[in-house]
Design a protein around this ligand. Structure first.
Ligand code: HEM
Length: 525
């Protein structure tokens, strides 16, 4: 031992670096050998390299940029419905196993740390919480705000926002220039969620034009997804953003300012109002969180700022992208738009005074258009996994390999403590369940019986289980009202501008889907 220390002492810096690298490489090699031989997931099918180390996944997500989902889809074709996609994680493509993986009630499900590593401040939120119990504690006081009843109470404000959006879009007739429609929709979704959280909006709907908005800024943050996931120490650099403000682009600066100044100020003001005994007519989400029985360490400004980031992040791009995808398909398929408009005319007398969401959601064709729009817009397209911490999961299924006529019976036991996930981009393109899956066909949702049940089981846009989308009712209310108003007030004046199907077709993911083209561009005449 003494001799070894003596030798190390005499090494030059270069020799020390080579030695350190050598030891690290040996450790990685031994670890890879362990991963494919003795690891609890060693027996599962999948490429050996994927099971050996995280570099396989890193190659597709970090080097090829967000393309591991496509590789996972290929793995399922080759290896079956359960595959090993990294040393510690399996992936499933069988919808019959959804309720086991994404269970509810007392069945505990953690989120894997590897998945959450890509989130910045959102790790302080329920969405970014790994531990089942802590997630439950954080989600509970928010749940009541997103119930159907509460969203119905918020509805008059959503009606107002929808009409502000239409007025804003129609003003583009004077400008006569093309613009990015999803960014315009994002002005609407960001203002609605800000108003609900704090009783203040960001003024995006009232401002002239669509800049600034959160969309480009959100993508600047999403662009760090894989960098942080695979090189986590780079996250520390992100914390220097406020100090680097003058070197940043306008949208990242705006986002940094919103996250570091505006939101914490709103949170502090909410607290100050409460301390002064001021009660608003409609209690805001954060006033209620301060009043809740969360323990004090869960009520810090940093924690609530993280929750706000998650609510804004989860509630803006998802809904605006869905609306943009539906707009594209309706403008390119006039026969669907005509049928939908005719159905809507049965309940809409005056487009400036819309019927309530509860009336709109009863319309079968509108419902079918909405569901098909959600299927092809995916919401969160990156895979989401769960770890069952107190039980093994038993899988029993059958699989017919490509090119074979005979099916194989498969039995697996996913050991407790191991991650297993699913991905909606893969589920929504299962051709057995959604024939011609890349086409926008609302009629597929008009069938009844087993076929409909199979499709519903496979629809994964809002996720499933105890961590299913919290804002689902808000999203539906926004989508039903906005689509109806747009159909009567704006679509007659709106034309796509150089927008092709590639502009709404999934190419890769940055947690949310990124299209092959440049997004939906329109002009208003
Ligand atoms: C079309 C619109 C939307 C889609 C497709 C969507 C989709 C999803 C999905 C798939 C998840 C689960 C993610 C995971 O398993 O890791 C999720 C979670 C979440 N969503 Fe949404 N979302 C939408 C709109 C909204 C809105 C408007 C809000 C409102 C603030 C919202 C708030 C949340 C929150 C807070 C979570 C985390 C829930 C938890 O972990 O307990 N979402 N969303």
């Amino acid at each position: 031992m003494y001799l070894l220390l003596e030798m190390i002492d005499r090494l030059t810096i270069l020799q020390s670096a080579v030695l350190a690298f050598g030891l690290w490489a040996v450790y990685k090699l031994l670890r890879a050998i362990y991963n494919i031989t003795l690891h609890p997931l060693a027996g599962f099918p999948g490429p050996v390299l994927a099971g050996a180390s995280y570099w396989y996944e890193g190659y597709f997500d970090l080097i090829l940029w967000g393309r591991y989902t496509s590789e996972i889809a290929r793995m399922h074709e080759k290896y079956g419905p359960i595959v090993r996609i990294n040393p510690d994680e399996l992936h499933c493509s069988d919808p019959h196993f959804i309720d086991e993986i994404f269970a509810i009630g007392t069945r505990k499900r953690n989120k894997p740390a590897h998945q959450l590593r890509s989130l910045g401040d959102a790790t302080f939120s329920g969405f970014g919480t790994a531990d089942h119990n802590l997630h439950k504690l954080r989600r509970a006081p928010l749940t009541k705000f997103f119930s159907k009843l509460q969203i119905t109470k918020l509805e008059p404000e959503i009606h107002k926002a929808v009409h502000l959006l239409c007025d804003k879009l129609l003003r583009f007739a004077d400008k006569k220039e093309p613009f990015d429609l999803t960014s315009a929709y994002s002005c609407f979704t960001s203002d609605v969620i800000a108003e609900y959280c704090f009783g203040e909006n960001l003024g995006f709907l009232q401002q002239d034009g669509i800049e600034p908005n959160f969309r480009r800024a959100i993508f600047s943050v999403l662009n760090t997804t894989y960098v942080f996931r695979f090189i986590p120490w780079l996250k520390t650099l992100a914390s220097t953003i406020p100090y680097m403000a003058k070197y940043l682009s306008e949208d990242v600066r705006m986002l940094a300012e919103t996250l570091n100044i505006t939101i914490p100020t709103w949170i502090k003001e909410t607290k100050a109002e409460m301390d002064a005994g001021i009660v608003r007519e409609r209690e805001t989400i954060f006033a209620s969180l301060f009043r809740s029985n969360l323990p004090d360490e869960e009520k810090t400004i940093a924690r609530f700022a993280g929750e706000t980031v998650a609510l804004f992040g989860a509630g803006t791009e998802t809904t605006s992208w869905t609306l943009a995808v539906m707009t594209y398909h309706l403008l390119t398929q006039p026969e669907i738009l005509k049928k939908l408009t005719e159905e809507l005319r049965t309940v809409v007398d005056d487009p400036k005074s819309l019927p309530p969401w509860s009336t709109l959601e009863q319309l079968p064709y509108l419902n079918a258009v909405m569901t098909e729009g959600l299927r092809l817009s995916y919401g969160v397209s990156g895979r989401t996994a769960r770890i069952a911490t107190e039980e093994d999961l038993v899988y029993h299924g059958t699989w017919t390999p490509k090119g074979s006529k005979a099916s194989i019976t498969l039995d697996y036991m996913v050991p407790q403590g191991m991650a297993i996930g699913m991905t909606c981009v893969i589920m929504h393109h299962d051709e057995d369940i959604f024939p011609d899956s890349h086409s926008f066909i609302p009629e597929r949702w008009l069938v009844k019986g087993k076929q409909r049940r199979d499709m519903e089981r496979s629809l994964f846009t809002f996720g499933k289980g105890s961590r299913q989308c919290l804002g689902m009712n808000l999203a539906y209310c926004e989508l039903y009202l906005a689509l109806t108003a747009l159909i009567f007030r704006v679509y007659p004046h709106m034309q796509l501008y150089g927008t092709m199907v590639e502009d709404v077709t999934y190419d890769h993911d940055l947690l949310v889907p990124v299209a092959k083209g440049n997004g939906v561009k329109v002009v208003i005449t």
